[in-house]
Design a protein around this ligand. Structure first.
Ligand code: C5P
Length: 316
């Protein structure tokens, strides 16, 4: 039994501008992603004695770690789908057989938390499977791998690449952004996740009811602040159009954000579609102190994280 181990990181959206719903149900986004060092680790346990010629090469999937009980251990899991998708792409290029694998995921990113945990698992699955199949065929063109990632989910291309990127379309069309320095965050998780489609749908409802929630589409000032490397300059520019919808669905989020502001965060935002709250801090020490204060107030759990960091990669 061989083991291929890959890692992929969670993210926070520094800017999440949400436009109209499109005909395909997705919303047009203008978003700035920053990858954080909070990560999931995926292992492919490879059984070289079993050659699979058709269908899925995955025989089993297990999950441990943060929120593991909420993660599906079946072919609907994005990591399982990632393996299948890459194998199919290789089969289209002539791959005849591949060894059977079991997937194990160790979670550090909250599930349904607005931090792209499932997408990170898919990205880790793509790079791990690519490493497995490198014995048979050369790697896919990076643009083709990005396209496969985009088919798996809107955030998968970003979790594959990492860093600081502008995302447009449904978030899958990426452009590198310049960013200086490291940013320190205190993250507060929730006991219960939030469904991303539900939060997008609720924003549509609030807008239809006439709530003044215009799309935030301009990232000019944010990109200047990122070049300064100063968290104090970045803090007032953080924007999340999904925040009003997430707060309206879950009153505990408003309380968490308020507690973070009162405890001295430079900025308090919902991460993605929530319910994770992200507090920008001036240093790692500040982030640790802030998190301690918030957990002492009885908030559920959390972590200190910094970004930007890298995309999905295979561990030696
Ligand atoms: O792409 P992904 O599967 O992560 O998206 C999950 C859901 O989030 C979509 O089915 C859709 O309801 C919502 N979404 C959206 N607009 C986006 C991205 C996601 O409405 N740009």
């Amino acid at each position: 039994m061989r083991e291929i181990v890959a890692r992929a990181h969670g993210k926070v959206n520094l800017h999440l501008g949400v436009g109209e719903a499109r005909e395909d149900g997705f919303h047009e986004l203008v978003t700035v992603f920053q990858s954080l060092d909070l990560h999931d680790t995926l292992s492919l346990l490879v059984d070289d004695d079993v050659e699979v010629r058709e269908g899925s090469i995955v025989s089993d999937l297990t999950v441990t770690g943060l929120d593991a009980r909420y993660v599906p251990c079946n072919p609907t899991n994005l990591a399982w789908q990632g393996v299948d998708k890459l194998v199919d792409a290789y089969r289209a290029r002539g791959l005849e057989s591949a060894p059977s694998v079991r997937i194990h995921i160790r979670k550090g990113i909250p599930t349904a938390g607005g931090m792209a945990g499932g997408s990170a698992d898919a990205a880790a699955a793509l790079v791990a499977t690519q490493a497995l199949l490198s014995d048979y065929l050369p790697p896919l063109d990076p643009a083709d791998l990005d396209a496969l990632a985009g088919e798996l989910g809107s955030d998968v291309p970003f979790t594959l690449r990492g860093g600081t990127m502008l995302g447009t379309g449904r978030g899958e069309q990426l452009t590198h952004m310049l960013s200086r320095g490291q940013y320190h965050w205190a993250l507060v998780f929730s006991k219960k996740g939030l469904s991303t489609p539900r939060v997008f749908g609720h924003l549509d409802e609030l807008r239809a009811q006439g709530r003044d929630l215009p799309p935030s589409l301009d990232t000019t000032e944010l990109s200047k602040a990122l070049m300064s490397g100063s968290p104090e300059q970045l803090a007032p520019l953080l924007v999340n159009d999904l925040q009003a919808a997430a707060v309206s669905l879950r009153s505990d989020i408003a309380r968490t954000l308020k507690l973070g502001q009162q405890a001295g965060a430079l900025a308090a935002i919902v991460s993605g579609s929530g319910p994770t709250c992200a507090f920008l801090c001036s240093s790692e020490l500040h982030a640790r102190d802030l998190l301690d204060d918030l957990l002492a107030e009885g908030l559920y759990s959390g972590a200190v994280a910094h970004g930007p960091t890298k995309g999905a990669y295979v561990l030696d």
